[in-house]
Every structure is written in C-alpha cells, then in structure tokens.
Design a protein around this ligand. Structure first.
Ligand code: ATP
Length: 376
C-alpha cells in the first residue's frame, strides 16, 4: 500500500510582504498504484509540489502523508520515495551498474549478490543489460534516461516522482518511452506522480490528471473528464490541441449575443445559465462542422470565410473568419479574430472560399464571463 495525500499544502518563498505563493492550498489524493500526472504551464508550481513530496523543499503549511502517516518532517532518504529528474542526474564517474546500485548500497544492509540481482532485473526491465559497464558519457540521452529510471526501479520505493523525465528526448523516442514507462509503472504497480507541461503527455499517460495554474489546482479528473467536462475556462483552454475556441457573449432573451453572431439556446441550456448575463462560449475545433450551403441554414450555422488551411496529416485545421466581419477584412484577416475548426479526411478546402460553420449546441461549453467557472 502506498497512498499519498496532500492536505491544504501551501508553499511560500520569501519572508516579506511580497512572498511568492508557489503552491496555494493544494489538496490531492493519489491512490495506491495510481499514475497521476501533474500538468500546467511553466511556473505554475509543479516542480515545487513534487519537491515538497520528495522532501527537497519544506512545506509552509498543510500536511503530506503516506499511508496515513504525516511525512512533512521526514528526511528525503527516509521517505521511501524515488525521484527521476529531467536532467537524469547520473554520477558521471560511475558505471551504469554503479549508478544503479549506489542507492541500495548506501541505504540498506542488502547483501551484494541480492543487489546485483536487483540491478540486473531493473536493467532488463529498461532494456539496458548490455550497457551496465559503460559510463554515462558513453550513452545516448535516451539510454541515460533509461538508466535514471532503472536506478529508481532498483530501490523498489513506495512512490515514484518524475519531473519531466522525457523532455530532453526527441519526439519519436519520447512517445516510445511514454508507452514503456506506462507499462513499467503498471507492471510494478508503484504509486506515481509525474510532472509535465505537455498536455498530450498528460492526456495519454495519466490515470488521472491534476491541472495546476498559478499555484492552484484547477481540476483533478480522468483525462476524458477534463476534456469533456472542464471545470473552468482555464482547463478548457489548456486541454486539447488546437485549443478550444472562445467567444465572449451577452445573454439576451434566451440567446447568446456576440460581436459576430447570435446563438439561440434551448430551454435546458438556458436553465444551466441561471441569471448569468455575461458568458464565454467555448467550442472545440474538432466539434465544429463545415456544412453545405443548402443544409447550412440552421440556427447554429454561421457564414464564414476560410482564412488559412493548415494540413495536419489526418485532416486540416481550418482557420475561419465570420463573413462580413469588417475588422477582419480591414486588417487582412487579423488572426486574433479567426477561430479554428479541425476537419478530418481529404476534403478540399482553400483559403478565401466561403464556408458554413456549424457549432452544434450539444458540443458547446459555457463559462461564467467573470469567474470562468463552467456553467454548462
Ligand atoms: P516549470 O515548468 O517552468 O519548471 P513549474 O510549474 O515547475 O515550472 P515551479 O518551479 O514549481 O514551477 O515554480 C513555481 C513558482 O515558484 C514560480 O513563480 C517560481 O519562480 C517560484 N519559485 C520556485 N522556486 C523558488 C525559490 N527557490 N525561490 C523563490 N521562488 C521560487
């Protein structure tokens, strides 16, 4: 069992009035064997959270516990936690075997032959058996990362903490290592907290993801929940590629009224809005359809002009501007005024052509214009 729990954890740096609050009142429960990904933009407090769990940074207030026991004051070496860093942090003068066995030799009474067996089985798991006698300078970046992971496995800790462990690898190796890491974690069943700023990595790897912005946890959910039911506008914009489109709208007589279009709402959606008067309409690029003119006179169909077409292999990202939007033609399609639709298949779409965009009501998200909280 290794259940990791954060209760109202805050980290302040500095001791004056202008403290930096790096982590603000974070509460998080990581279940035994779970792979939890902590994701958010640069500077949001991911590494600080991880470093507090590892014991490399003190906690300003709140508690961190492992299986119900508070570990706030425990030394890093006594926490039964192994951390893997982006920089690998291997000892350059030691061989791979020495790098992997060092921790065990220092911290346990384990006999040498048992250490050797543990190192060899971890090396086999990471596919680096042939590299045991080399030093880190004789290895590629990908191999070094495997050694760093192998070293964490050898200790069979209660918890793995990983801080952007794949970000120094090229794209192909990164996606291969993602799968391997997930398999390894599943086989070992070790509770894992994995930090990344990459939402694709978070979505593909996490049993659940914890989305952090400006020191505050925004939502903790499965990847699909975060995608389909984002708790607020920040999460909605952060998860998904290309990002969700947002339009600022006023609520008037059961319609959303915006600068470029008027969007009638059904009874059910109106109820969800309560008495909000100012909302943000969000729609994912993949939920927008381009329909034919004959068909395109529904109340959620809008006339647009294609600005830019970006091929993405399986289809196109089509940037659209509302037809008749004067500011767009004046500024020669100012890109801040366009929105994007992802259209699958080989359909031929060219810049300058008119297109009717359908924003289906069952796919839209509505957020409070002031707080950003999800309303629908
Ligand atoms: P990145 O993805 O860029 O590594 P992050 O999400 O991991 O960012 P942190 O490194 O946790 O973010 O930093 C959170 C905030 O705390 C930032 O504003 C950072 O400048 C600040 N911070 C981190 N460490 C310290 C420190 N030792 N002293 C003062 N401020 C710090």
């Amino acid at each position: 069992m290794a259940e990791l729990k954060l209760d109202d954890v805050t980290k302040r740096f500095g001791d004056g009035g202008d403290d930096i609050i790096a982590v603000d009142d974070a509460s998080l429960d990581v279940a035994d064997g779970e792979f939890l990904v902590l994701v958010g933009p640069s500077g949001c407090g991911k590494s600080t959270t991880l470093r507090m769990i590892a014991g490399l940074e003190s906690v300003s207030s709140g508690t961190i516990s492992l299986d119900g026991t508070t570990i706030n004051d425990r030394q890093p070496a006594d926490r039964d936690i192994a951390m893997v860093f982006q920089s690998y942090a291997l000892y350059p003068h030691m061989t791979v075997r020495e790098n992997m066995s060092f921790g065990l030799e220092e911290s346990t009474e384990m006999p040498d032959d048992e250490i050797r067996d543990q190192v060899e089985s971890a090396a086999e798991m990471m596919g680096i058996e042939q590299l045991l006698d080399r030093t880190p300078s004789e290895l590629s970046g990908g191999q070094q990362q495997r050694v760093a992971l192998g070293r964490a496995i050898v200790r069979s800790p209660a918890v793995f903490l990983m801080d952007e462990p794949l970000s120094n690898l090229d794209a192909k190796l990164r996606s291969q290592m993602r799968t391997e890491l997930q398999r390894m974690q599943e086989d070992l069943g070790v509770t894992t907290v994995y930090v990344t700023h990459d939402q694709t990595e978070a979505m593909t790897m996490g049993d659940r993801i914890a989305i952090l912005d400006d020191g505050r946890l925004q939502q903790v959910a499965t990847p699909l929940e975060a995608y389909h039911e984002p708790a607020n506008r920040f999460v909605a914009g952060f998860i998904g590629e290309p990002s969700m489109n947002f339009f600022e709208m006023d609520v008037e007589n059961g319609h959303l009224v915006g600068e470029n279009f008027d969007y009638p709402l059904s009874e059910g959606t109106r109820r969800d809005l309560g008495d909000a008067t100012d909302v943000t309409l969000g729609v994912r690029p993949e939920d927008i359809e381009l329909v034919d003119a004959v068909e395109g006179d529904g109340e959620h169909d809008f006339r647009t002009v294609v600005d830019v077409v970006e091929p993405v292999g399986s289809g196109n990202n089509v940037y659209l501007a509302f037809e008749g939007d004067e500011s767009v033609s004046e500024l020669d399609m100012d890109e801040s005024r366009t929105f994007v639709a992802t259209i699958g298949g080989l359909r031929r779409i060219e810049a300058g052509q008119p297109a009717i965009a359908r924003l289906p009501e069952d796919a839209i998200h509505l957020f409070d214009g002031e707080t950003g909280e999800a309303l629908h």
